[in-house]
Design a binder for this molecule. Structure first.
Ligand SMILES: [Zn+2]
Length: 376
């Protein structure tokens, strides 16, 4: 439908003042007609017309005479379609070819942009992980005082799981177990403080820095002082291997990584205080649990306590598990006991011969005392 549509565009021709003018463009039966704002009319017949597409937007259509003296151009989005319909199939082909080559250039440009963007993103992500990795691998450079501060903040923020037991017989027995292990801790500078709480939960945990909480349920369930010492060696190993600190760094990500690298633990301590209210500081990955078992075994061996006592405690829990039901807190954070029994046995097999001697604790007396103070 010729003449039905008008498009805004322009003309280049030497007869126009300045060589260029805006124009209204119309497609006629024989060609493209342009009427400039000053009333000059130009026309190019389809058979004399060369087509090009370009301009800053890549959408500008240029129609030129073969001698290139006259150019009519239009950027209207509807124009190529109208041209294709009105000017016939040969012209449509020319338009398609030109557009395709333009599109290909555009595609290449877009592809390079995409590649560039991807490279930048990779650098950012890579940088992020490199920083995290650096922070994690430089954990040895972080002073132990950071662990102690984190542990203290977490301890102050949490409520003890039961009334604190201050009975000397009970507390001194646990302290004696810790004291036997402490000289064999491979990380120096930790302060192992002991807290006993009256709770039937069979549980114990050690916060970063060394604050140890032991539940009376553990003391009443274990069959010997050596079994409890075995559990304590595992818990102390979490602090020695700085699993809490690692966990905080993993949960908090980049901010903490940077803080630790620049040696600022202030922010970390307040974050740990929040974490301490939840179980996040004392729940670890399976790898960390295995490492704590292995480290615990070595520490028991060095302290001349039979490391198989730790495996013995796992076996006890395994046998009695149906009766204990929900009270076995320690088991719920320490699953896969068969695997762990195997780990402990495997580690023990690697150790040189050692003459083990038991804890100098009157186990009967301790049990009696627990009864007397009404331990749950
Ligand atoms: Zn553990």
């Amino acid at each position: 439908m010729y003449g039905a549509e008008e498009f805004a565009g322009g003309v280049f021709h030497q007869s126009i003042e300045g060589g260029r003018a805006t124009a209204t463009i119309e497609l006629t039966a024989s060609g493209v007609k342009a009427v400039t704002s000053t009333g000059q009319t130009f026309e190019i017949r389809y058979q004399d017309c060369a087509l090009d597409v370009g301009g800053a937007s890549g959408r500008m259509v240029f129609l030129r005479t073969m001698d290139r003296r006259l150019t009519i151009f239009c950027e209207d989005r509807r124009f190529p379609k109208a041209l294709e319909m009105d000017a016939g199939p040969e012209f449509a082909e020319q338009l398609a070819t030109v557009q395709k080559s333009r599109w290909r250039e555009g595609f290449q440009w877009r592809m390079w942009l995409a590649v560039g963007t991807a490279v930048c993103l990779l650098c950012l992500v890579g940088g992020y992980y490199a920083l995290l990795w650096t922070a994690k691998s430089s954990i040895g450079a972080i002073p132990v005082s950071a662990d102690i501060q984190i542990g203290k903040a977490a301890f102050d923020a949490r409520t003890l799981e039961g009334p604190q037991v201050t009975d000397r017989v009970v507390v001194d027995a646990v302290k004696a177990m810790v004291a036997r292990l402490e000289p064999h801790a491979e990380l120096k500078g930790l302060t192992f403080d002991v807290y006993v709480v009256n709770s039937s939960d069979i549980n114990a945990y050690c916060l970063p820095g060394g604050k140890i909480v032991v539940f009376t349920g553990l003391l009443k369930t274990a069959q010997s002082a050596e079994q409890v010492t075995g559990v304590l060696s595992h818990e102390m190993s979490h602090a020695i291997k700085r699993h809490g600190l690692r966990h905080v760094m993993e949960s908090m990500g980049i901010v903490v990584a940077v803080e630790l690298l620049v040696g600022d633990v202030g922010g970390l301590v307040s974050l740990a205080a929040d974490l301490g209210k939840s179980a996040a500081l004392t729940s670890y990955s399976r790898d960390a649990e295995t490492e704590a078992d292995v480290t615990g075994v070595k520490m028991l061996h060095a302290a001349a306590i039979d490391p198989l006592e730790l495996a013995g405690f796992f076996e006890l829990l395994k046998q009695q598990q149906p009766e204990f039901t929900a009270a076995i807190q320690w088991l719920s954070t320490h699953p896969q006991h068969d695997e762990r029994i195997a780990t402990v046995r495997g580690e023990v097999a690697k150790l040189p011969p050692q003459e083990y001697r038991g804890m100098e604790i009157d186990w009967e007396k301790l049990q009696q005392r627990l009864q007397e103070i009404g331990a749950e």
